[in-house]
Design a protein around this ligand. Structure first.
Ligand code: UN1
Length: 495
């Protein structure tokens, strides 16, 4: 069967790339070609930005509660189409159906949450220094927003960016990851079905290097919201600095969990297996360092290894599958490269460490869940983001030692501690330098109505999720209304 060909959505119409070029989308579990999408370039991005510019004035003047009504309809359509979207997502990027349903659910949660903001978008009022003078502040949109997203959450992460951008009154050009354009196109189709006016949301599919860079460099784009690697994020930030643009960055992680001897080890094992190997470890919140107190290291290690050995790999559409493929061959090679680095550095490979080719798995990019122990905190495998099914066991001599190891990376997204000691738990919450901290829970599973993001090289000070995301997608406008009928000079006329 010939693969279906898809198109960009620009100014309310489905159109091919100007050049006619296309690129393939493949199922990482089977190698099957799922479709062809436009391989867009700068001229397509330019057309999309022009459409967003033309749509902007009418959209920003549409009252926010009315904008939000469309977003509520988006939520309803996502609910109706959840199963179809989840199945396509599993085929496009590999994670198991339970997780792709969760990904769509996260977009549904975000749509309801942010649509509710259409009737709030709160600013505040404050007293003025002067009599007969009102002072308050309101949110205003920025203009055209460029959204660049990764493949590991093909619907949830675009929803974190596109929905708040729209409720604030911006118009959007969306460049989805090259591995997951089909989900991006479906997402945009749903906004169109929900009645979003033409040009308010446009999508161009294509490689990051051509389409993504053109979006970041386009002079009419006011803001870039990016999730991806730290290396790319910092490169884009330099471009944005030169263009005088705002950029919101959500980048790498090297998330750790501390396990103390008084922890519920059954719970810790369940949570750590899920955090390390869910989504085949391809979450920026994945647990890739387990910092275990020496007194409990052997017990925890045995439990983790026994569980990791038994995880069933396979096509994510099959009900028995617990871990799907990694997203691509090149990603698999990258993960395996890190396993070789770890072995060379002197860590001990306890389980996994190789590609799996049994039976049908030979067609896909399957990598065995991998655990190292005897990992020293400064090893590369303990410092660099691997973004695959690999986790490290690092032994600590004390609670303080564990905290030091945890904080000693360039990243600061998510962290967790397992203990039954409330004092230790709360001290960890105080001391851990990350944007998200869990107690007796793994490192993954953030909810949309709390701020999501990280410290240090994980981000650049912005947050997604929560009401905090509104600060990314709006400008504050301070308003002073003097109804005294005379000149009143702030700071000067004090009598
Ligand atoms: C990501 O990996 O980029 O907290 C996002 C979580 C999910 C989102 C992860 N809700 O793991």
């Amino acid at each position: 069967m010939e693969a279906a060909t898809f198109k960009n959505y620009i100014a309310g119409a489905w159109v091919p790339a100007r050049s006619g070029a296309v690129m393939e989308v493949r199922n990482p579990a089977t190698g099957e070609v799922l479709g062809l999408v436009p391989k867009s370039g700068a001229e397509d991005v330019d057309a999309a930005v022009s459409a967003a510019a033309r749509a902007y004035d009418a959209w920003r003047r549409t009252p926010a509660p009315r904008r939000a009504e469309i977003l509520f309809r988006v939520a309803e359509r996502l609910v109706q189409r959840k199963e179809e979207l989840a199945r396509l997502m599993t085929q496009e990027m590999g994670k198991v159906l339970a997780e792709t349903r969760g990904d769509v659910q996260e977009a549904i949660d975000m749509a309801y949450f942010i649509a509710g903001e259409g009737r709030r978008l709160h600013g505040y009022t404050a007293p003025s220094e002067m009599p007969h003078k009102a002072a308050y502040c309101v949110r205003a949109p920025l203009g055209i927003v460029g959204v660049i997203t990764p493949w590991n959450f093909p619907m949830a992460i675009p929803s974190w960016k596109i929905l708040p951008a729209l409720v604030c009154g911006n118009t959007v050009v969306f460049k989805p990851a090259s591995y997951t354009p089909l989900l991006g196109l479906r997402f945009v189709e749903i906004f169109a079905e929900a009645g979003l006016p033409a040009g308010v949301l446009n999508i161009v599919t294509g490689p990051g290097g051509a389409a993504g860079d053109a979006l970041v460099e386009h002079p009419q784009v006011r803001l870039i919201s990016f999730t991806g690697s730290t290396e790319t994020g910092l490169r884009l930030a330099e471009k944005c600095a030169r263009g005088g643009k705002r950029i919101s960055l959500e980048m790498g992680g090297k998330n750790a969990a501390i396990v103390m001897p008084d922890a519920d080890l059954g719970l810790a094992t369940d949570a750590l297996i899920w955090s390390a190997f869910g989504t085949s470890g391809q979450r920026c919140t994945a647990c890739s360092r387990i910092i275990v107190h020496r007194d409990t290291a052997k017990d925890l290690t045995d439990r983790l290894v026994a569980r990791a050995e038994r995880l069933r790999l396979g096509d994510g559409l099959l009900p028995a599958t617990e871990v799907g493929p990694v997203v691509s061959e090149s990603q698999l090679e990258r993960v395996h490269g890190y396993v070789e680095v770890g072995t060379r550095e002197g860590a001990r490979l306890l389980v996994g460490g190789q590609r799996v080719r049994d039976g049908d798995l030979a067609r896909g990019a399957f990598y065995a869940p991998t655990i190292f122990d005897r990992v020293a905190p400064q090893m590369r495998i303990a410092q660099e983001e691997i973004f695959g099914p690999v986790t490290d066991l690092i032994e600590a001599d004390s609670f303080e030692d564990a905290l030091t190891v945890l904080n000693n990376t360039r990243y600061g997204l998510s962290a967790s501690i397992f203990t039954r000691d409330i004092n230790a738990a709360m001290r960890a919450v105080e001391e851990i330098d990350t944007g998200i901290v869990y107690v007796n829970h793994g490192t993954i599973g953030a909810e949309v109505h709390l701020p999501f993001g990280g410290t240090k090289f994980t981000g650049n000070g912005h947050r997604e999720g929560g009401v905090q995301v509104l600060d990314v997608f709006s400008e504050w406008k301070a308003v002073y209304v003097d109804f005294s009928g005379r000149l009143q000079r702030a700071q000067i006329d004090r009598e």
